[in-house]
Design a protein around this ligand. Structure first.
Ligand code: HEC
Ligand code: HEC
Length: 337
């Protein structure tokens, strides 16, 4: 009888211990999850802590980060010699892909490696991530292509890969592209756009849109130029009003607007996007060859030829609704940009 009681006691003890273990595991798992979730939202982007001084980050990833964040010095006009100069303006990739390409709503690079190869209308073929990077090199950076085997290309791809692999898995759906805006029915009103520009943008980008360099000139622009010789060229995505408006709505004014909490309305973003794109900028050579299938050209591509008879002015400043319905009726294509 006594030994039976002992057995029961031991059994109870065992069950107790077992329950404790299970509870601890559950608590540990729960903490692990929430910790990850907290880390998923990179609130404080600190590239020194996360990348440059981080001993766990491979050298090639650190190099990649420098190519995209101090592009002018490492692969642009300020590089040591001509053979190292690929980008043609003094922008950095991260002037448009904010927080080192991690900020949702600014065409984040998190998870991007998994999304390529991808069909691209501009070349009308399946393009690799390298092709896409070179798209921004030749247009946003007003430069020339990096060769596929170059140190620069390999390092940039390694950096993007690292963002997808070694930063915790993020909801890549949230992080993709720019959130769409509702395209206003009217054409861009440049006067209205100018008023918004003066009120919301001049403090940083300047009245003349030429921005401000860092004191340490090697670091590029603290506030990038929005038009003129040192800006993106006329073949860039940012030169399309609808694309620029989506970027601006979710990211500008800098550190005041975000995806979750934009400052400007769709309409204000649209008019100010038209205003900054009404000024002159470098010309992309051979842009007539873009979009071999002209039907796939985004409606706000401001340069021809087009598969329709709308004027160049309407493609640049809208109204876009008639162009969108033309493609829907004639080709059954739903255009969103
Ligand atoms: C002037 C602004 C600007 C600069 C500078 C810029 N880009 Fe972009 N980038 C864009 C825009 C606009 C898009 C298209 C975003 C969209 O429509 O969703 C884009 C798209 C991309 C994409 C594809 C994103 C996706 O989700 O499919 C990659 C990759 C990319 N850029 C890499 C780079 C690299 C690398 C550099 C520097 C060499 C660079 N970009 C410089 C504006 C810029
Ligand atoms: C508080 C300063 C500030 C204000 C105000 C501001 N920006 Fe910016 N803007 C920036 C910074 C900084 C960047 C580059 C981000 C980076 O490098 O991290 C930028 C980048 C941009 C870019 C992409 C880079 C390029 O060269 O094309 C565009 C377009 C832009 N801003 C438009 C605007 C517009 C339009 C407004 C007004 C609605 C505005 N910004 C207001 C600071 C500002």
């Amino acid at each position: 009888m006594e030994s039976f009681q002992k057995l029961i006691k031991r059994l109870l003890l065992l069950i107790g211990i077992f329950t404790m273990i299970i509870i601890s595991v559950i608590i540990a798992l729960y903490n692990y999850e929430t910790k990850n979730i907290e880390y998923n939202i990179i609130e404080q982007w600190d590239p020194n802590e996360m990348i440059i001084d981080n001993l766990n980050v491979p050298l090639i990833v650190k190099q990649g980060y420098l190519f995209v964040s101090e592009s002018s010095k490492h692969m642009g006009p300020l590089a040591k010699n001509d053979s190292l100069r690929f980008s043609g303006n003094n922008l950095s990739c991260t002037n448009c892909h904010l927080n080192g390409g991690t900020l949702s709503g600014s065409a984040s690079w998190i998870g991007i490696i998994d999304r390529f190869p991808q069909f691209g209308g501009r070349a009308n073929k399946l393009g690799t991530i390298q092709d896409r990077i070179n798209g921004c090199m030749e247009r946003s950076m007003n430069g020339k292509k990096l060769s596929l085997k170059s140190k620069q290309m390999n390092a940039i791809v390694a950096y993007m890969d690292w963002l997808g692999e070694d930063l915790p898995k993020l909801n890549s759906k949230i992080f993709k592209g720019y959130p769409a805006i509702t395209i206003p029915k009217l054409a861009v009103d440049l006067e209205f756009g100018k008023n918004i520009y003066i009120k919301e943008c001049t403090t940083c980008h300047g009245k003349n849109g030429q921005g401000i360099r860092y004191l340490d000139i090697d670091k590029g622009y603290q506030y990038p130029p929005l038009w003129g010789n040192d800006s993106y060229n006329d073949g860039a995505g940012m030169n399309r009003v609808i694309t620029a408006a989506a970027f601006i709505k979710n990211n500008m004014p800098f550190e005041q607007a975000s995806w979750e909490n934009p400052k400007l309305t769709d309409e204000q973003s649209y008019h100010v996007a038209g205003y900054i794109n009404s000024f002159s900028r470098p010309h992309k050579n051979n842009s007539e060859a873009d979009y071999p299938d002209k039907k796939l050209k985004p409606v706000s591509t401001p340069y021809g030829p087009w598969e329709d008879d709308f004027s160049a002015k309407q493609h640049k400043f809208g109204p876009f609704a008639p162009i969108i319905s033309f493609y829907k009726k004639k080709y059954n294509i739903e255009k969103t940009k």
